[in-house]
Write a protein that binds this ligand. Structure first.
Ligand SMILES: NC(=O)c1ccc[n+]([C@@H]2O[C@H](COP(=O)([O-])OP(=O)(O)OC[C@H]3O[C@@H](n4cnc5c(N)ncnc54)[C@H](OP(=O)(O)O)[C@@H]3O)[C@@H](O)[C@H]2O)c1
Length: 322
């Protein structure tokens, strides 16, 4: 198949491109800074010669968006929103205008669309969309607004010959340098991988192999459209999540951190505490119902595999250097 990945130069794109290329597919990445074969220039907002690679492709997986791992300043929030909405809009226009449109458009979204909650898991049918929780900082609703605007842009795109799926992905755990697993491992190995603010908040995650397999599954299954949660069936409280990660790295202790300490840490790392403190209890209702089998359904086993691969990895991946 010919698979086009707008925004495919980042952490998730690196995982996907590597796997799909190995599986024998032709992969074309759309990037604002092409550096080699298989990469085509676009600006993420306006049509251009790049639309020719969409025409005649089989699958489009749009990952483009300004990283959310940053301080939530007004300028950064605006860039997070605009980069997602505008890139999704222009990808939809390119698909809609194609003489030979792809048969499926997998559009990245996020598990963050769901509410901060502890009481029950969020699947696609019964899950609660976030933004109105009374107990969380008001600015957290902006991430939900971004996710909803992102999905709305795909929904409203006129692509009558192309099936549309929104990937409500949890954190994709891969052993590559610079990814979220790498950052959490670094903290755990420094002895800082303890509970944060009590650690009751749920962490949703998906192993990189399962992420790739789910993308392939969704590309193949003509009966599936709309939002699909890409998360392992076993989300767990942050304190248990970090305990399992420490065990996988053979680190006996993890210092706990208060909310205030997390604020300082997030400031130093130029990040935001929402990424640590929001309870993301998300489960893959539609994938399981459709018969998808997870190779890594539970975190301790996934963490063991990822640490093993991380120890054996050589050299930085591109995601870490951009
Ligand atoms: N990583 C996760 O665990 C995870 C989980 C759920 C959802 N997601 C979402 O999945 C997508 C990919 O995640 P990732 O971790 O691979 O992100 P990433 O490493 O930050 O990569 C995203 C890519 O988007 C492109 N981009 C950035 N700003 C842009 C802009 N203003 N206009 C157009 N393109 C822009 C960049 O490509 P160029 O600089 O080459 O143009 C970048 O490589 C993101 O939208 C993210 O929010 C990620």
């Amino acid at each position: 198949m010919k698979i086009v990945i707008p925004g495919g130069t980042g952490q998730v794109g690196t995982v996907l491109k590597r796997a799909l290329t190995t599986a024998g597919h032709e992969v074309v990445v759309l990037t604002r800074r092409p550096t080699g074969p298989g990469e085509v220039h676009w600006d993420g907002a306006t049509p251009g010669p790049w639309t020719e690679v969409i025409d005649g492709s089989d699958v489009v997986v749009n990952l483009a968006g300004r990283s959310v791992n940053c301080r939530y300043t007004p300028a950064n929030l605006r860039a997070m929103m605009d980069s997602r909405v505008l890139s999704t809009r222009v990808v939809g226009e390119a698909i809609g205008a194609a003489a030979h449109p792809p048969r499926v458009w997998l559009q990245m979204s996020t598990a963050t669309v769901y509410a901060h909650r502890f009481d029950a898991p969020n699947d696609e049918d019964t899950g609660v969309i976030g933004g109105a929780e009374p107990t969380v900082p008001g600015y957290w609703s902006y991430s939900v607004d971004i996710a909803r605007a992102w999905e709305r842009e795909q929904e409203r795109a006129a692509t009558p010959h192309t099936r549309k799926v929104a990937l409500r992905a949890a954190m994709v755990m891969s052993p590559d340098r610079g990814g979220v697993f790498d950052v959490l491992s670094w903290m755990a190995r420094l002895g800082l991988g303890g509970p944060v603010a009590g650690g009751a908040q749920y962490v949703s995650w998906i192993h990189d192999h399962d992420f790739v397999r789910a993308v392939e599954f969704l590309a193949d299954r003509d009966d599936l459209a709309g939002p699909v949660n890409l998360a392992a069936p076993g989300p767990l409280p942050q304190r248990a999540f970090m305990r399992a990660l420490r065990t996988a790295w053979h680190v006996p202790l993890g210092l706990p951190a208060t909310r205030g300490m997390a604020e300082v840490g997030a400031f130093v790392l130029r990040s935001d505490t929402e990424l640590l403190l929001k309870s993301r209890r998300v489960v893959p209702g539609r994938l399981l119902e459709a018969g998808f089998g997870f190779a890594y359904p539970t975190w301790p086993e996934a963490a063991r595999d990822l640490t093993r691969r991380r120890r054996g990895a050589s050299g930085p991946v591109r995601a870490a250097t951009r």
